[in-house]
Design a binder for this molecule. Structure first.
Ligand code: ARG
Length: 466
């Protein structure tokens, strides 16, 4: 069905139609488009533009159409340019003349802006739920990790031992910021554009506040031009997803490294690894690599949309149709990566001995030796240089550090104890630090933080938007 046959005499050339249609990708908006139409129909009834019986006919018809989508019985017609056209066509087929009243006072411009906000609201909430499920896996593995430790790195050089739980929770907190960002984005985008019409509002006595409330939005647009042209919320969603993707990429990169023979810190479960088509011995971390690789695409989606938006004059321009594919793809890719990585973390085996042996290199406790001297009154810079010189001496003369420490007049037996395997990590006792005391407290704080986030998420559950 074309919506403009009064003004435009001919149909569209097939190749041009293929270029302009959005139905192949915007059909995922069907539930949101139907929600928007229900609210609009009620609004038209409230404004006295539709009679009560017209309202109930249209609402019933929209229900039938919704059912057709749910059961897969809905069939698209060749002329359906987009999801809005398809649904309006079907409503008109089913309801006859009254169907032709559905679009009164509405444009596809405010309609698509409404649909997309509704879609973003439910999809970003669903992504946040998946992020929390990954956090659960990290939390679970952190609790199980107990006193296991590994080297902490700076500049990719072994620096100080840290508890494995501390390391895993570092990723958990980054994900907590992702949950927060997603929910703040949802909160900000929760404004209704419906009633802005094509660009200027309407002469008809529509009530944008009423339809906004019907759709669970916080409120209505302030300016109709802005309402139909604003895609900030899509850009924000894409940023949130790109940054989340960057976090997943770092998780993936770490698993790739840790599962190498060189590191050997972990063994991936067979269900989350792949073999090589040629080399029989290979076990490859493809899932982790894809979690890393997808981030390029996600960043591309964000930059692509920003470029699309930057030159657009007010108000609606068809360029805006280009917002959808990157957005839909970003949500799919991130959701799949979250599910896959969760499975990896739930099943990965930590090679605790490898981790701990790597962390037990004597120099890993160098800061503890220096801090012991500080406790005895030596200025830190002097202590740093004394221990640094011992480490160098040990390396150059191939004498174990422990012997040099034992023989040093200002160090001796108490210092030798600090070099015992597993001792250094227990000495990190400041809040937020890597030792057992602060980590136990951190696990509790992480649990509380997730409880708070779960409550925030529950407010966006499908039954109770707003
Ligand atoms: N498919 C269009 C989009 O995604 C819907 C709005 C069309 N509006 C119009 N004036 N052609 O933006």
């Amino acid at each position: 069905m074309t919506l403009w046959k009064g003004r435009i005499s001919t149909g569209m050339d097939d190749a041009v139609a293929a270029f302009t249609v959005s139905l192949p990708f915007d059909q995922v908006l069907a539930p949101d488009d139907l929600d928007g139409s229900r609210a609009h129909v009620k609004g038209l009834g409230k404004a006295g533009i539709l009679t009560d019986s017209e309202v109930s006919t249209l609402l019933d018809t929209l229900e039938v159409v919704a059912e057709e989508f749910t059961t897969g019985a809905f069939t698209f017609a060749p002329g359906d340019e987009d999801i809005h056209t398809a649904i309006e066509r079907r409503v008109t087929e089913l309801a006859g003349d009254v169907g032709a009243k559905l679009h009164t006072g509405r444009s596809r411009n405010d309609q698509i802006a409404t649909d997309l906000r509704l879609w973003c609201r439910r999809s970003l909430v669903a992504v946040a739920e998946e992020v929390m499920a990954l956090q659960d896996a990290l939390a679970q593995r952190s609790v199980e990790a107990g006193g296991v430790y590994l080297p902490g790195y700076t500049h990719m050089q072994r620096a100080q031992p840290v508890l494995l739980a501390h390391h895993l929770l570092a990723h958990g907190w980054a994900l907590a910021r992702d949950v927060d960002r997603l929910l703040v984005t949802v909160d900000r985008l929760n404004i209704s554009p419906l009633g802005a019409g094509a660009l200027a509002g309407s002469f008809l006595p529509l009530d944008p506040d009423y339809v906004a409330a019907e759709l669970g939005f916080h409120g209505r647009f302030e300016n109709s031009l802005d309402a139909v042209s604003d895609r900030d919320f899509v850009a924000e969603a894409l940023f949130d997803l790109a940054l989340l993707g960057v976090h997943l990429s770092r998780l993936g990169e770490e698993l790739v490294l840790w599962s190498t023979e060189e590191f050997g810190f972990c063994t991936l479960d067979d269900a989350y690894a792949t073999g090589s088509s040629m080399l029989p011995q290979k076990k490859n971390p493809d899932v982790a690599e894809l979690a890393r690789g997808k981030s390029g695409r996600l960043i591309g989606h964000l930059t692509g949309l920003l470029v699309t938006l930057k030159g657009l004059p007010l108000a609606y321009n068809r360029d805006l149709q280009e917002d959808k594919e990157p957005l839909f793809d970003a949500v799919i890719q991130v959701s799949q990566a979250l599910i896959a990585l969760r499975g990896v973390y739930e099943t990965v085996t930590w090679n605790e001995e490898r981790m701990q042996t790597a962390a037990d290199g004597p120099a890993a406790a160098a800061i503890d030796l220096a801090e012991m001297l500080v406790e005895q009154g030596m200025p830190f810079r002097q202590a740093h240089s004394l221990i640094g010189a011992l480490v160098r001496d040990s390396l150059e003369r191939h004498v174990p550090l422990v012997e040099l420490v034992a023989a040093h007049p200002e160090l001796g037996d108490a210092a030798v104890e600090l070099l015992e395997p597993g001792v250094a990590v227990t000495r990190r006792r400041t809040p937020g630090g890597a030792g057992p005391g602060p980590v136990a407290e951190q696990i509790e704080r992480f649990t509380r933080r997730r409880e708070v986030d779960r409550t925030r998420l529950a407010q966006w559950a499908p039954s109770g938007h707003s």
